[in-house]
Design a protein around this ligand. Sequence first.
Ligand code: SAH
Length: 369
Amino acid sequence: MLGRSRGTGYNPIMIVPLPTVAPTAPKLALFDQPTESLRQWLDEHGQPPLRARQIRRWVLECRAQAFADMSDLPKKLREELEQSFDLFSTQVDRHLVSRDGTNKLLLRTHDQHLIECVLIPEEGRFTACISTQVGCAMGCVFCASGLNGVARNLTAGEILEQLVRLRNLTPPDRRLTHIVVMGIGEPLANLDNLLQALAVAGDKHGLGIGARHITISTVGLPAKIRRLADLGKQYHLAVSLHAPNDLLRTEIVPTNAQTGIPEILAAADYFFQTTGRQVTFEYVVLGGRNDQPIHARQLVNLLRGRKAHVNLIPWNAVSDLSFRRPRDEDLNGFIEHLRRHGVSVTVRRRKGADIDAACGQLRRERSQE
Ligand code: SAH
């Protein structure tokens, strides 16, 4: 047969050498495979469906870093899995550890985007802060994440993968206890994928993190807040209010022009009534802009009659943005006014300041390199 012309005009003048290694087909991302697809793949490879559960247990419960670690799977199957799937679809581009123990991972997606996630160890807790989008379309004027808009939503697998990677950084006998969806992106703009990832996070054969320990932070998309409420889950909702009147809020949070504070508060009230979970209002404190006595008074009026909690976040500096952190006396005055009028208030402590833990900062610096 060798050298025989195929009779269809095949008449080689020049033989182009073939690459010695055939180009590999892009692998499938394991975390994005529905169990059904994985079972089907296993079936096609002569394996029983229970293997899917074994693989899942290795990754979610036993911290396997590679298919080769899955010692109770046949060796041939491990090799085939390795050829077909990426166990992790992202690469760790940077791993920074802060003096206070905060870990930040800068992850590179298969299509070369950068996303961030953070592990925050605190007394008896391990909190994972995760991203939901590549960038953000909301355009809040003080925030690093949205400065270049949004490129795409993260897949459910990419969201879950952040949790698994962060969990793998905890000591072997410890697990993640809390999740805050406060990284890059607007979680409610990618709600379906987020919910899929959180379902695995919440499963007792997943990461075992109860809904009550999961906080979803939103710029305030009323229809999505209502949808979240209707799920009947006990997620904790945090709404980024940032200003006590529509004029100022629209300056700081441009999407407010389409929504307005009253509609957001109505949706937050609905969330509380439906789930019984008290809503937290986040308030980034921008020195001189939204931290004056008039703002404190307006905020008290706005929240009057609501069972709500306010979390003040002194602005974390973002290069090229000309806001400033609040003065101590302004911040203290603001807190005092709220407390005096019965509003429950906390100030977010700064974590990982030396590793740019504020969301979107590291990614931005790295992309500018
Ligand atoms: N898109 C979601 C999640 C954003 S990150 C939301 O808007 O809620 C979580 C919180 O950090 C939000 O309240 C956000 O406004 C705030 N934030 C973003 N950049 C910040 C910065 N540089 N300093 C302080 N808070 C910031």
